[in-house]
Design a protein around this ligand. Structure first.
Ligand code: ADP
Length: 175
């Protein structure tokens, strides 16, 4: 019987964007199973808790049958080993991503010889989308529709105390 191929797509996903969804769906076509692994303790300030990030990714990807969402702490290669995955998936937007992903690929290779890193290039429409610019735009009342799944748009609106059903009124027009 052919060996089943399981891959892990690790990330902070704070929050999940359509750029992440695009990479996850494309990777899910390449492997038998894809685990979206939400990193519990990234070295950056988080807007959403691990539980919230897992819940948002689960809701956004629930109709892709071979994707499941999990969370992890510690080394990514140790997590991959614990779920018997041979591949780590990462997304590349620009040369700045490349530098970082290249360094992490080599580090992960040093930590674990049996795990391969597969990088998928971002779709053009999401090349400028990052969790940090989404958070900044949402915090300032800008429209992030189409760049994040609807459940994430809703969570951002709630987090920043806005009613997402009505577009924000520019302050100079408000009476
Ligand atoms: P990190 O894991 O570095 O905290 P993220 O959680 O934002 O970063 O992203 C996880 C992975 O998805 C990274 O490989 C990142 O380069 C990639 N990624 C993020 N946004 C996009 C996008 N718009 N298009 C393609 N890949 C992306």
């Amino acid at each position: 019987m052919a060996k089943s191929r399981r891959a892990v797509y690790p990330g902070s996903f704070d929050p999940l964007t359509m750029g992440h969804v695009d990479i996850a769906c494309r990777a899910a076509r390449l492997f038998d199973e894809l685990i979206m692994a939400v990193y519990d303790t990234p070295n950056k300030a988080l807007l959403f808790t691990t539980q919230e990030r897992v819940a948002l990714a689960t809701e956004a990807l629930h109709d892709v049958p071979n994707i499941r969402v999990d969370s992890f702490r510690g080394l990514t290669v140790d997590y991959a080993r614990s779920v018997s995955a041979q591949v780590l998936v990462r997304g590349l937007r620009a040369t700045s991503d490349f530098e970082l992903e290249f360094q992490w690929s080599l580090m992960n290779r040093k930590l674990s010889r049996e795990i391969e890193v597969v990088c998928l290039v971002s779709s053009l429409r999401y090349i400028f989308t990052s969790s940090s610019n989404i958070k900044e735009v949402a915090r300032l009342g800008g429209d992030v529709g189409g760049l994040v799944p609807p459940c994430v748009a809703q969570a951002l609106a709630e987090r920043f105390g806005r009613d997402d059903s009505a577009p924000p009124v520019p302050r100079y027009l408000a009476t």
